[in-house]
Design a protein around this ligand. Structure first.
Ligand SMILES: Cc1cc2nc3c(=O)[nH]c(=O)nc-3n(C[C@H](O)[C@H](O)[C@H](O)COP(=O)(O)OP(=O)(O)OC[C@H]3O[C@@H](n4cnc5c(N)ncnc54)[C@H](O)[C@@H]3O)c2cc1C
Ligand code: FES
Length: 347
């Protein structure tokens, strides 16, 4: 028998119900309340919140996302935690995403383009009678057999008809990404669920913005930046894009064209392992070092960063040391799916 518990959001006094087997995040999403989250697999820590009263089952998660000390102080990961009593939780609602339905939709592979030796551009078209609303920066889950799923950020701005662009990096030994490179064909059908996540531009803020991408972490930032430029956002913006070699900066000319279009946008590509034939004259090293080298005082900035988990972790601690307030750091850490700790359907 399912026991239901009452969950109260302390900041707003709003309430919703969650069953014993619901994660607090899934129950909140189902009730139409969006709390900060990204990976939904207990890996990134975005959904960490203070449980002011009540008991939870903490679920399976990675230590890096919630330390024992934080758990001891009363924090839990809402994408993993299941209620064992009524709860009072301290979590800010992300109002901009509310009212956007999370749907399951079929889609067709309209176009496949090799953007670099290990990045495939996939263009998906949706059924004509279906609408799909999302905020630039959000991601979708491609649904695989057996209830498994793989997350990919949407790289284009909503409103371009019913077309979604994805940038898919081939992971050595990766089941789905290898399928994309070896078997998937134009006109194949896929199913996806989304949109997910709370990685999008906070348009009520006014300060300067830094974007930091690693590899295909460029995808959600491309959507965010194209949206910001089209909306004439006048805040100073600086994109740093880190990759190994020149061939991995698979849309370098596009990023350069943003910087050429106006003074308020700057672009710095950074290579960690440039090849001799790259004849690279630009910045080298780790991309987060390029950010802190350029901006040793980040106290007035907002930072949006997406890409490999080690880059996000290194960025978080370096940026904090440079004075970036934690509540002005937004990130999508490209964690891989953990099929053993499969999340439940929030829809
Ligand atoms: C919110 C979010 C957004 C994402 N957006 C994108 C995107 O736009 N583009 C993109 O290319 N990727 C993105 N990712 C990462 C992407 O979801 C994974 O790379 C993908 O799930 C790999 O699927 P697979 O079946 O090929 O690998 P699996 O078969 O699941 O993995 C096989 C093994 O490869 C390793 N592995 C898999 N993925 C990774 C990884 N990302 N990093 C390091 N090791 C890994 C692990 O050891 C794993 O056990 C995103 C992830 C998240 C959470
Ligand atoms: S740890 Fe919960 S959303 Fe990533």
């Amino acid at each position: 028998m399912t026991t239901t518990h009452n969950i109260t959001l302390r900041n707003s006094d709003k309430q919703f119900e969650a069953g014993n087997e619901d994660t607090v995040l899934d129950a909140a999403l189902r009730a139409g309340f969006v709390l900060p989250y990204s990976c939904r697999t207990g890996s990134c820590g975005t959904c960490k919140a203070f449980v002011a009263s009540g008991q939870v089952d903490y679920g399976v998660y990675q230590q890096q996302a919630l330390s024992d000390a934080e758990r001891g102080q009363g924090f839990a990961l809402l994408c993993r935690a299941k209620p064992r009593s009524d709860l009072v939780v301290e979590a800010r609602e992300v109002v901009a995403v509310e009212g956007i339905d999370i749907k399951i939709l079929p889609c067709r592979v309209a176009k496949m383009e090799l953007l670099s030796p290990d990045v495939m551009g996939l263009q998906l078209t949706l059924p004509k009678n279906q609408s799909f609303k999302y905020l630039p920066g959000q991601y979708i889950d491609i649904l695989l057999r057996g209830g498994r799923r793989r997350s990919f950020s949407v790289a284009n701005v909503a409103g371009h008809g019913s077309v979604l662009d994805l940038h898919i990096r081939r992971v050595p030994g990766g089941e789905f990404t290898n399928h994309v490179f070896t078997e998937l064909k134009q006109r194949d059908l896929l199913r996806f669920q989304g949109p997910f996540g709370t990685f999008f531009l906070r348009e009520d803020a006014t300060g300067p913005v830094i974007f930091m991408a690693g590899g295909t972490g460029f995808a959600p930032l491309k959507a965010i930046i194209e949206h910001a430029l089209a909306a004439n956002v006048s805040r100073p913006m600086h994109l740093f894009w880190g990759a190994r070699a020149r061939r991995d900066l698979y849309m370098l000319e596009l990023a350069e064209s943003w910087a050429q279009a106006g003074d308020q946008f700057r672009f710095t590509p950074v290579l960690s392992e440039p090849l001799a034939h790259d004849q690279w004259q630009g910045e080298t090293g780790l991309v987060h070092h390029a950010v802190t080298g350029t901006y040793p005082d980040l106290s007035a900035f907002e930072v949006y960063t997406s890409g490999p988990p080690p880059m996000i972790e290194a960025g978080k601690s370096s940026f904090a040391r440079c004075g970036l307030p934690l509540d002005r750091l937004y990130f999508d850490s490209f964690e891989f799916a953990n099929d053993r700790t499969q999340v439940e359907n929030p829809a």
